[in-house]
Design a protein around this ligand. Structure first.
Ligand code: NDP
Ligand code: GDR
Length: 371
């Protein structure tokens, strides 16, 4: 039985990857952080009681900023595969906490690689690094592929640039099986609520039921290549099953604006949006409502507005990936379409909104945290 260790197991990708590896018969170990509230929502459904017979899923307390902790866990677990998905992953927040981001996302990767080397596991443990399309930043070529030059535009992306190159360096210097998946944006109902897609589906579902008045956004012209997280974690696993370690771009090859995402998600709720104005004065109002889903909204209501606080000091305006190398060498193609992904996210958030509405109608005061 193969053993895998996942950092960031409580995150979006970590939860899908843990599911995938358990289904493949792995013994899966995950590192979770201590927090004052439970932070295992995304993996509670696969939790296994360690007292039960023959458990396959184990959680360890740890942190990417803690070398001795990482070294101890690696020593105890002796994993065949390490997936480094843990990170302070929010680009906008990285401008607020640049040093922390560098420590966890950049040096955290070095800590893991160096612990593997220190424990003399560099020939037996394979390493996956969660690299990102944010490395391309101010894009030098479209579409972006494995050889496209990097130009990071945030403390997050600069930290991930270090992580990318230190992974390449450990591969070249010590013959480690270490590789980078350069993943473009990928989303799901498990996406963190402050990333733009989930923020949109969650807010529109609440607006549809009259639980929230308006969605405030920043740069709606930003273009992204959005795929589904479930498709992308499969690729993370595939990359560690090859004869030789290599870096791959993982993307759909299609690109949409944030504004388009809003329109498609609203349409899913039976809402047609009309846009007015431009720049920071732009708003979106309800032009028509079809069906019952948006029973708490009304035609003419302004449901989208710009709030300058969501603009970034330096923005990544456009990202579009070329996944042909992953397709040709690994036979990987994304299965879930953009429309199916939005549908799934909206259905999930509408269900949550309905539960909130029901509680509210019975007199319970349900707080909805807005971003
Ligand atoms: P999430 O933000 O959903 O998950 C991040 C995970 O990292 C969480 O489990 C979080 O723990 C954990 N974490 C945060 N800080 C630390 C720390 N100091 N020590 C240990 N663990 C920590 O991210 P995603 O699942 O979306 O992304 C997974 C990885 O892929 C990240 O590295 C991200 O940067 C990268 N990536 C993501 C893309 C995307 O579109 N989703 C695209 C390209 C790259 P907690 O739950 O306690 O917060
Ligand atoms: P990104 O994702 O920065 O691409 O990083 P995010 O969803 O945060 O932003 C995408 C684009 O939408 C614009 N935007 C807003 N973004 C947020 N979060 N909130 C808003 O209100 C808003 N309005 C407009 C942003 O400016 C941006 O252009 C994600 C993360 O998962 C990273 O960890 C990962 O590496 C990259 O994707 C690939």
């Amino acid at each position: 039985m193969k053993k895998a260790l996942i950092t960031g197991v409580t995150g979006q990708d970590g939860s899908y990857l843990a599911e995938l590896l358990l289904a493949k018969g792995y013994e899966v170990h995950g590192i979770k952080r201590r927090s004052s509230l439970f932070n295992t929502d995304r993996i509670d459904h696969i939790y296994q009681d360690p007292h039960a017979p023959n458990p396959h899923f184990f959680l360890h307390y740890g942190d990417l900023s803690d070398t001795s902790n990482l070294t101890r866990i690696l020593h105890e677990v002796q994993p065949d595969e390490v997936y480094n998905l843990g990170a302070m992953s929010h680009v906008a927040v990285s401008f607020e906490s640049p040093e922390y981001t560098a420590d966890v996302d950049g040096i955290g990767t070095l800590r893991l690689l160096e612990a593997i080397r220190f424990l003399k596991m560099e020939k037996t443990t394979r390493f996956y690094q969660a690299s990102t399309s944010e490395l391309y930043g101010l894009v030098q070529e479209t579409p972006q592929r494995e050889g496209t030059p990097f130009y990071p535009r945030s403390p997050y992306a600069v930290a991930k640039l270090y992580a990318y190159w230190i992974t390449v360096n450990y591969r070249e210097a010590y013959g480690m099986y270490a590789c980078n998946g350069i993943l473009f944006n990928h989303e799901s109902p498990r996406r963190g609520e402050t990333f733009v897609t989930r923020k949109i589906t969650r807010a529109l579902a609440n607006i549809a039921l009259g639980l929230e008045p308006k969605l405030f956004l920043g740069n709606m012209d930003a273009l992204r290549d959005w795929g589904h997280a479930r498709d992308y974690v499969e690729m993370q696993w595939l990359m560690l099953q090859q004869d030789q370690p290599e870096d791959f771009v993982i993307a759909t090859g299609r690109q949409y604006s944030v504004r388009h995402f809003v329109e498609v998600a609203a349409r899913e709720l039976g809402i047609d949006i009309a846009w007015h104005g431009h720049g920071s004065g732009e708003t979106g109002t309800i032009a028509a409502i079809r069906g019952e889903r948006a029973r708490g909204a009304r035609v003419g209501q302004t449901i989208v507005a710009i709030d300058p606080q969501y603009f970034r000091p330096t923005e990544v305006e456009t990202l579009l990936g070329d996944p042909s190398r992953a397709r040709d060498k690994l036979g990987w193609v994304p299965r879930i379409t953009f429309e199916e992904m939005v549908q799934e996210m909206v259905a999930h958030d509408l269900d949550k909104a309905r539960r909130h509405a029901l509680l509210k109608s019975h007199g319970y005061n349900v707080a909805i945290s807005l971003e």
